[in-house]
Ligand binder design. Structure first.
Ligand code: WAQ
Ligand code: MG
Length: 282
């Protein structure tokens, strides 16, 4: 069952991917068994080779180190299994440094209904590296929004949201909109698509993320009402500890959430609003 926020995707002429077969392509790369890089896209058959080559290159030239092991999976997706939807609205919250960024992100999560205990323990986990040994996880933590308890089975792997993408039309609309405010980069585009799928998952009330890439300090929180709130600083430059947490409402059906995140195919065909920046005041 899809949540009511998901729309059924009709076979419209403008949606090129719906007329041709759709494939899910996923990549995961590691070095000494530690997570280095991952990526997931939906595409047409004609784009598979180019995307696979780009993913190999990305894994071999990552700022966290060159991968010594990488996997690419390609699966054809059935048209009737594809759900549609739109990307969330985007707002940048200006903060002066990562400490203020974390205070601001915490404040927003409290507003979204995450308890102060859950906010505190989750930020601590991401800051020290949420995988055992203080390393970055391959996927996300699942966190009970009230107790702060971690619900994912494997704290190194976590849960990965996969099988989501943008139609060609939505991608060009998004890129044009992001260019207008200097935000058209791969981190922002991929994070928006991932965040959109996570917000559609049954039982997810909020997400917190900052990158584990040392040169990328920005991060975000999301909620169904406020959309995607980004903070230019959630960690110091050069830091490789980062990750994601998906906050679940108490009593959420964990198996169902995981199955949705990993398996439901979602092709987004619309973008959200770009709101003016807000300056954070402590
Ligand atoms: N599902 C679950 N967790 C994931 C996934 C996924 N598909 N992909 C990445 N993660 C987790 C994993 O623990 C990574 O180590 C961590 O997130 C960070 O991934 O300016 O670039 O790809 O608005 O490094 C956000 C801000 C950027 C963008 C996030 O994340 C902006 C980013 P990265
Ligand atoms: Mg990364």
């Amino acid at each position: 069952m899809l949540s009511p926020r998901l729309t059924t995707l009709f076979l419209r002429d403008s949606l090129r991917p719906m007329k041709e077969a759709i494939y899910s392509i996923r990549m995961h790369a590691s070095q000494n068994s530690n997570h280095v890089s991952g990526a997931e896209r939906l595409c047409n058959k004609a784009d598979l080779q180019e995307l696979a080559a780009a993913m190999v290159s990305r894994a071999l030239n990552h700022s966290k180190g060159s991968a010594d092991s990488l996997r690419i999976s390609v699966d054809r997706v059935k048209a009737e299994d594809v759900a549609g939807g739109s990307l969330p609205d985007i707002t940048t919250i200006e903060v002066s440094d990562y400490e203020q960024g974390r205070r601001a992100a915490s404040g927003m999560l409290l507003e979204f209904g995450v308890s102060s205990e859950a906010v505190k323990t989750t930020l601590e986990a991401l800051a020290r590296g949420a995988a055992p040994g203080g390393l970055a996880m391959r996927g996300a933590m699942l966190v009970d929004a009230i107790t702060g308890e971690r619900l994912e089975q494997d704290q190194a792997r976590g849960v990965r949201a996969t099988r989501m993408g943008l139609t060609a039309e939505a991608e060009s609309t998004l890129r044009a909109a992001l260019q207008g405010c200097g935000l058209d980069n791969v981190h922002v585009r991929e994070a928006l698509v991932l965040a959109a799928k996570v917000l559609a998952a049954p039982g997810v009330i909020a997400e917190l993320c900052w990158s584990d890439d040392p040169e990328y300090t920005a991060g975000y929180v999301t909620s169904p009402e406020r959309g995607y709130l980004r903070f230019p600083h959630l960690k110091p430059l050069g830091e490789t500890k980062g990750g994601r947490a998906f906050f679940l409402s108490p009593g959420a059906d964990i198996e169902r959430v995981i199955s949705f995140l990993e398996s439901q195919v979602m092709l987004f065909d619309g973008i959200g609003k770009l709101h003016p920046d807000i300056k954070w005041e402590d």
